[in-house]
Ligand binder design. Structure first.
Ligand code: NDP
Length: 267
């Protein structure tokens, strides 16, 4: 750990999670603060679901508190605890970054999906006009689906173990973006330009694949949300078939700056 000066003027930011020990955001955000000359520090807050509302009441009264990042398992509950939520967060039903306004009001945003799209763009791939196969219909998948819709994709096919959730996400997307062709897909991503794993499959060595690896084709771009391991079995199979691949980490890296901006730590 490097030494840094914390004074009476330093603003406090947090990351709320349960468990907390694995989070990487403090290192990354504090490095960003240092690069931008921000007199602030982001620290881990270990809070369980039943303590969330009480913690927020306290943070509303903390005048030098700038905001926080919310991660597993707090993203959904956070939506109702915020006083104001950005429209995208309402559509997705979750919040992952909260700004404390002067006076204590809390403003929530959901930046996972925008982070994913920005990560792709930073790697030189623009999803506009592309067809998309999205595996998953949980929190990350919803955020990615709405962000891709906003980025001008041509169409999206959603596949999920629980088909009802894929249908519900498809219906919500179609209602928000009536001009976007949306369908519910099976296990094969054949024929789509951009193939995304937004399920939690791939973290454990014995996980089944999130989609039919045998259907991958060399002209597809294959993207992950899983960050650990960095090269998941899906990415390895995709690379072996000649596909371009996008790991999960850039999704978080791209969000760090967006989060710092949402909390007004940087402008
Ligand atoms: P959710 O619990 O909301 O969703 C999990 C998804 O995975 C659901 O679609 C679920 O299907 C599917 N799934 C889980 N287990 C299985 C299984 N055994 N077989 C088939 N499908 C399965 O989680 P999140 O969406 O919040 O997170 C998903 C992943 O994304 C996590 O690994 C998380 O770490 C990662 N993530 C990465 C980020 C990044 O910046 N790179 C940001 C946010 C998340 P079903 O609906 O049927 O249960």
């Amino acid at each position: 750990m490097t030494e840094r000066d914390i004074t009476g003027r330093t603003r406090i930011y947090g990351i709320l999670a349960d468990p907390i020990h694995h989070v990487k955001t403090p290192e990354v955000m504090n490095a960003l603060f240092a690069r931008h000359g921000v007199d602030g520090v982001l620290v881990p807050f270990h809070v369980t679901a039943d303590g969330l509302a009480t913690l927020l009441s306290g943070l509303r009264r903390m005048e030098n508190f700038g905001g926080f990042i919310a991660t597993v398992p707090h993203k959904t509950a956070m939506l109702d605890l915020c006083d104001v939520a950005e429209p995208e967060a309402r559509l997705i039903g979750a919040v992952n970054c909260v700004r404390r306004e002067p006076g204590g009001s809390m403003t929530g945003a959901m930046l996972d999906g925008i982070g994913f799209v920005e990560g792709l763009r930073a790697a030189g791939y623009d999803p506009a006009e592309r067809s998309v196969y999205l595996a998953g219909a949980g929190g990350a998948a919803k955020a990615i689906a709405f962000a891709l819709a906003g980025a001008g994709i041509a169409r999206i096919a959603i596949a999920n173990r629980s088909r009802d959730k894929a249908e519900a996400l498809g219906a919500a997307l179609a209602a928000a973006r009536p001009d976007l062709p949306v369908s519910v897909a099976g296990f094969s991503p054949e024929g789509e330009d951009l193939v995304i794993n937004a399920t939690s499959l791939g973290m454990r060595p014995d996980d089944p694949p999130p989609l039919d690896l045998g259907a991958l084709q060399a002209d597809q771009v294959v993207a992950e949300v899983i960050m650990d391991p960095e090269r998941t079995p899906l990415l390895k199979a995709a690379a072996a078939r000649g596909c371009r691949t996008q790991p999960g980490r850039p999704m978080l890296a791209s969000q760090i700056e967006l989060m710092a901006r949402h909390m007004r730590a940087i402008s």
